[in-house]
Design a protein around this ligand. Structure first.
Ligand code: TRP
Ligand code: SF4
Length: 350
């Protein structure tokens, strides 16, 4: 049972079940989640229903990918003793709250969401003209408000979704009151400072670009990926000076290397005192140092993934308890509780 008192502020965040996570997922979210556990009562949710909004035609890998994601969470240090880890679809209350919210949200609010417009324009290989895809942020609002989260750690692209969640909370509170009081508090986005993490080809690290370094990559593979990583294009020959600020390997150093190594890189690169091969070796050292303990921690669960599943079952039982309490209040406020209420008698109606 997670320790945590009622006075502790709550965090909820979600991640789509994309399978094995990469360094970009770590830097952009997971690393922050691990730290938040020290200060907040945390709920971390694998949002498999959200995956359906774009991948409804191919559900074969969803469960497998959900487990892979959770193995990486545990490897990175998400602690099931303190935090609640669960799969969205195992807590059906999310669907109920989503439905109720869908009744009160004007279409225009959803059509204006930047990620919606962008993805409708950019993703052409799937038909995203569905009801569910438009409702993506409504489902996200249900995830967040279900646990009365105070803070929602997200990257910049997700801030409009948290803003919309606040608007939904406000609208619900305006329409329905519980004994005169609002049901939902408005959550705050907790912006994850986004370090620029390039993939091996210099573009943003992303599964769809095939340029990732996975948290599970063994040391030889990390070294090999680094060897083929692009560098400052101005540094063609070993004797040409370079600029770590214009080099994707330099970006890795900034995130993962010590100040001492960073100083060596800066000095050596700009004076052509070091070669890129040497510099990449140091970057690989830094990655190995960070990933090694994760890979050690992962072994226990990898050898017996059932352990991770047990954690998820326990987590969804806890999540359901919180969710049930919220839904009680929601139904009560909407006059839709399952409690019998006598009809007004004709006497009282006079
Ligand atoms: N939309 C988020 C993403 O794509 C995932 C998500 C779903 C989420 N529900 C959430 C994030 C609730 C934070 C809180 O990354
Ligand atoms: Fe990039 Fe390092 Fe080569 Fe400089 S020395 S260009 S920082 S890889």
């Amino acid at each position: 049972m997670p320790s945590g008192t009622h006075s502790q502020r709550r965090v909820l965040s979600g991640m789509r079940p994309t399978g094995k996570l990469h360094l970009g997922n770590f830097v952009g979210a997971l690393d922050n989640w691990v730290r938040l556990q020290d200060q907040y009562r945390c709920f971390f949710c694998v949002v498999d229903w959200h995956a359906l909004t774009t991948d409804y035609a191919d559900t074969g890998m969803i469960k497998h990918n959900s487990i892979e994601v959770v193995l990486d969470w545990l490897a990175a240090g998400i602690d099931p003793e303190r935090s609640t880890l669960f799969i969205q679809s195992h807590v059906p209350q999310h669907a109920e709250l989503h439905l109720l919210f869908s009744m009160i949200i004007p279409l225009g609010w959803l059509e204006r969401v930047p990620t919606y417009k962008e993805q409708r324009e950019n993703i052409t290989e799937k038909d995203l003209g569905t009801y569910g895809f438009l409702g993506y942020p409504v489902l996200q609002a249900a995830d967040i408000l279900m646990y009365q989260a105070d803070c929602v750690p997200v990257g910049e692209d997700q801030v409009p979704h948290v803003e919309l969640t606040r608007e939904i909370a406000r609208r619900f509170n305006l329409l329905y009151r519980l004994g005169g009081k609002p049901v939902f508090a408005e959550p705050q986005p907790l912006l994850t400072p986004a370090a620029k993490l390039p993939g091996t080809d210099g573009r943003k690290m992303s599964k769809s670009y095939g340029n990732t370094i996975l948290l599970t990559d063994p040391e030889p593979l990390i070294r090999q990926k680094l060897k083929t990583m692009v560098t400052d294009p101005a540094r063609v020959r070993r004797t040409d000076p370079g600029n770590p600020d214009l080099c994707p390997v330099g970006d890795l150093h900034k995130i993962f290397s010590s100040p001492a190594t960073m100083a060596k890189v800066n000095q050596g690169c700009r004076s052509a005192g070091i070669g890129c091969i040497e510099c990449k070796g140091w970057a690989a050292d830094a990655l190995v140092r960070i990933l090694n303990p994760m890979q050690e921690r992962r072994k226990k669960y990898e050898q017996n993934p059932r352990l991770a599943w047990d954690i998820l079952e326990e987590g969804s039982a806890q999540a359901q308890k919180s969710a049930a309490a919220t839904m009680e209040q929601v139904r009560e406020a909407m006059h839709m509780s399952q409690r019998y209420e006598p009809l007004p008698s004709s006497e009282a109606a006079k």
